[in-house]
Ligand binder design. Sequence first.
Ligand SMILES: [Mg+2]
Length: 258
Amino acid sequence: MNHQKLILFDFDGVIVNGIDEYWFSSKLACEKYLLTNSTNLNINKYIEVPKIFIEIRPWVKYGWEMVLITHEILKTHEPLNNLTKNAFLENYEENCSKLLSDYSWKSIELQQSLDDARVFQIRNDLKKWISLHQPFNEVVSFIRNAKDKGYKIGVISTKGKTFTSKILANLNIIPELIFGYESGSKVDIISNLSLNYDIKAFVEDRRKTLSNILQNDQTKFINCYLAEWGYLKNIDKKDLPQEIKLLKIKNLEDLVAN
Ligand SMILES: [Mg+2]
């Protein structure tokens, strides 16, 4: 069967830098939607995105973790700071789970608070919300050109699909396929796509996600690229298995070279 050629992209950290949006939306979620006593939060402590939030970004998988981390940075009593950051990151997933249980929160509630904060901003001032996302222009141009050359484009985001679609439309990118967190794990999404498409590449800035793709029988043959311009930990670039190629933004054309 002659399957259509498809290139898959992660969204945040690959097509856009959404760190500002994550911070301001998470802050709004804490302030307005989270079932917490916001008098315990130093909501106005930071005018700009705090450095610690940017430093923690490479560890984050889901949007709800952003809300949790923002809460920890902003809380008045024993906030997450430079002194406690390393210990927190050493057992990142366990620490997030422990915080959820300490507060009796569910991840789904935090995700909902983030989504509600986004809906609020979109209704209030769509332009301003869009402007919090900085596109990687080289990637945007590459996607437009690849479409002209007959490649289909898929975007797999851990944001909600409607939010991802709005930002992409604003960048004048209309991918054939857009998936949000509602669609399940990236491995499952890509497994299903591999039945119907000739997947040429998957570009992602989370190394663990690429490793998962390579450990799955259905997806292990896919060309996996780690986006060097994304949110990487220092160790992510070291000792990469040969199946994961480190992609520099100036070498995007490598994706269509074979
Ligand atoms: Mg990413």
